[in-house]
Design a protein around this ligand. Sequence first.
Ligand SMILES: [Zn+2]
Length: 488
Amino acid sequence: MNDIRSPSKEKAIDDFREFTAFWKIPDRLVSQGASHERKDGEEIAPNRFYLQSVNPAGRQPPMFYTWQGIHLFTTLASSKAGASSGDDPVYDFNGKAVGAVTYEEGQNTLTLPFHFDTAIWNLRLEKYVRGEATQPAEDLGRRLYYSIKPAMPRPLRLMMRKTLKEPMAKRSFPAWPVDTSVEQLQFGLLRTLLEARPGTALPVLSFWPGGEDCCLVLTHDVETQQGVNHMDQVIEVERECGVRSSWNFVPKDYYVDPQIFERLRTDGFEIGVHGLYHNGKLFQSREMFLRQVVEINRYIHQWGAAGFRSPSLLRNLDWISESIDIDYDTSCPASEWYGAQPGGCGTVFPFMKNRLVELPITLQQDHTLLEVLDFSPEKMVEHWLATIQKIKQVHGMILLNSHPDYLVDHKRLQAYRNFLTIITQEKNCWRALPREVAKWWRVRQDSSLDYENQQWVIKGPDTSLGKVMTVNLADDHQPYPITFQPLF
Ligand SMILES: [Zn+2]
């Protein structure tokens, strides 16, 4: 008996905060901590679900497990005899049941053998990468490749790329081209609650303004002077298709005429900061980072930028969120196999990290598909559209990063035009600039649902944007069998 029940209410609250914050299920319907641990005076509601975790004993390192086919990277509370029948088992990577999610009918209490929030953050912060992913030797080769890429002759570049591609192809996690493990956990826990009491419907706050089904965000990084020279062609295509995007510039690598900024702003586009230099050295040392951050912050203010994207998507979200004075960051790919820093945050939703909103990149970049994997422009578009179907299954955010440096010739621009033509016909998809998404996510974060005059209403800084939705179990066999309907 080395498992200890969550000792205090405070501890229990932290275990499921990410779950309730994601769905915005009112506390009076789903609350944290076991019902039988409630103190005097606290109402034990018969219609309320209670959530608790069993604290794992000791300080074991987190490992990969699966629960309901969902990948977890966490520490598991050891189970005496594995899972018994009727339980909902958690498996280790040899397929052995090593723990279980249990539901106590009379107590309305669902117990997880792991900390839900920790499992979510282990993915978002890519904790699974350390010691699990690339070998040091390969890592060095990769870093070298990216730091010298622009100067390398093409045949040598292609050869090096091939050697980089091989070990990556063997990975099983994160899923490529997109990984939604965080959402699968969120949907998995919600579905488990709904299944525990058949017929239950729970009110939640819509993920997107107006109760839209998904969200589309277009962004660009301008890598070099050549990219600056090609911007107009990409902007022209976007204008034709009636869309706007954000443009991230590298302050110290090339000159940008202030008139370009002015025109972008006037025409409803957005400007962001893409590091200071595009040389792969921002995170080389803490000193280097802090030195560059001073200047990065200066450019952020000078340009009136709301967003930051790190060059080559090199990232340390702790450092970024602590030091860069920005509204949102968009340096984390949902899944990255072929870039300078393999890994991925496993989510297609914004999330709060300290003061900033993180907006993950959820489609593979044009550079990866065209330059690394040698896709044709047509194949790239097909690939994006297929990925979008996966993102839509969880009602997530479609966020593309493409480059005027690579969308250069007629064929590539035509492919981008075709892509925009198709996705702008998509119904119920909120098209927004990244700064608008960040703003909405803060509003949503600060909102809650309350029961007033016999109906659920939104309380928060802007109650006109969101919509109260209801979730209940679907009868069909969708990957995420939960229906999601407007309540009023
Ligand atoms: Zn870049």
